[in-house]
Design a protein. Structure first.
Length: 411
């Protein structure tokens, strides 16, 4: 355990956590802004079909290199991996900003730069999960994840709005330039994170490391059952909420009403991330699964000609449940997976999540044509609810205990 870690103290008392937290918040702010800025910048300068190509250029390397990102994060110091990933993303986004600011729009160049950005994200995700237990004691992982979740949710609410103002005022290029700058600020913050040197395994090849990560992943039924369940949940959620939701909202509550609903959902996430800082539960993963089953509520509401009031209520409830699970899952992974394979197990988990997303996007159209919007929303809600609770049939899931956030008794 690093000398500065005190299992009874708040994570905020640790200088390393404060620097890591600051860098993460700054980086997330830029990321939340660029999704809006890049979309409008491409639509203004290029053809309508260009945006899909640009987004695909970023998402493909994220999926392709994710497992290798787990290997790298387990083999090399995670702080250094994150530092390099932020620098790479900063350079790539900076170059994209220059193209827009100099009126030099060139689709292949932008796609190539976004490919680099996606590859950087593939390094970031596994390393991000693995570095938290290196900074704080495992018993403080829930509080650390709650603080990080609170900042993420707050930024999610504020970032797109700030981006919209920037795009309207000075153009998308400057908003992308700000995003690039946030990566460099995050990299600087990581240079201030002081961690003890960790002896990493050397000598084995990449494929051997991947096989070892897979063995660790599938040897824990509480891990693979939840990941398999969330393959279904993510597929359904993307199909019904992200794709079908705006279609239903367009003819019922309108785009402004849908925007309000999304804001209320984000508020639910934010509120629960604050509550989870103090909540002490012995069976945290089981609570997380029960809680996220309530995220099926807004899907059901979509199937019954929703009003702004009831859909907002459902979205708020869903946000509360989703955040309980997000913190419970991250904490469980960080507390119960060995540090030397943590990033690889995380990469297999993330891959299961990302692969399901395009499946849902592709299936929702034919499903609506066959059964209608209402039926798809209601059936999707039922699938979501059942899939969230199925892992509780495994004793390893129900019985997984959580290390207490409270300090150990003296003596």
């Amino acid at each position: 355990m690093p000398p500065e870690i005190n299992s009874g103290a708040s994570p905020w008392a640790l200088p390393a956590f404060r620097w890591f937290f600051t860098g993460r918040v700054v980086s997330l702010l830029g990321t939340s802004m660029v999704s809006v800025a890049l979309a409008f910048a491409v639509l203004q300068e290029g053809r309508p079909d260009d945006l899909g190509l640009v987004l695909a250029a970023e998402s493909v390397p994220l999926v392709v290199f994710l497992l290798f990102g787990g290997v790298i994060a387990d083999r090399f110091p995670r702080r250094v991996v994150l530092l390099c990933a932020n620098l790479g993303a900063g350079v790539a986004q900076g170059a994209v900003a220059v193209l827009f600011l100099t009126d030099s729009y060139h689709l292949p160049a932008i796609m190539a730069l976004e490919f680099v950005n996606g590859a950087s994200a593939a390094l970031t995700l596994p390393a991000m999960m693995g570095i938290v237990p290196e900074i704080v004691a495992k018993s403080q992982a829930q509080r650390a994840n709650s603080l990080l979740g609170s900042s993420r949710n707050a930024v999610t609410v504020a970032g797109p709005a700030v981006a919209g103002l920037l795009v309207a005022g000075v153009g998308g290029g400057w908003a992308i330039a700000i995003d690039a700058a946030t990566y460099f600020v995050a990299a600087f913050c990581l240079t201030r994170v002081r961690l003890p040197k960790t002896l990493r395994k050397t000598g084995s090849g990449t494929w051997a490391d991947l096989r070892e990560g897979w063995r660790e992943f599938r040897s824990r039924s509480w891990v693979w059952t939840v990941v398999a369940s969330f393959g279904i949940i993510n597929c359904v959620s993307v199909a019904v909420w992200s794709v079908l939701g705006p279609r239903i909202a367009e003819r019922t509550i309108g785009s402004q009403g849908w925007g309000l609903v999304l804001s209320v959902h984000a508020a639910g996430l934010l509120v629960m991330s604050i509550v989870m800082y103090r909540l002490v539960v012995r069976r945290l993963l089981a609570l997380g699964l029960v809680s996220i089953s309530f995220a099926a509520v807004p899907l059901f509401v979509l199937g019954f000609e929703p009003s702004i009031l009831w859909l907002s209520v459902g979205a708020f409830i869903g946000g509360l449940g989703m955040e309980v699970f997000a913190i419970a899952w991250a904490t469980s992974i960080q507390q119960h997976i060995p540090e030397n394979v943590l990033s690889r197990v995380t990469s297999y988990d993330a891959l299961g999540s990302f692969v399901a997303i395009p499946i849902g996007q592709l299936l929702v159209g034919p499903a609506v044509s066959a059964a209608g919007e209402k039926s798809v929303a209601i059936i999707g809600g039922a699938l979501f609810f059942v899939a969230a609770l199925v892992p509780l049939a495994w004793p390893s899931v129900r019985g997984l205990s959580t290390m207490s956030n409270e300090p150990a008794p003296a003596g």
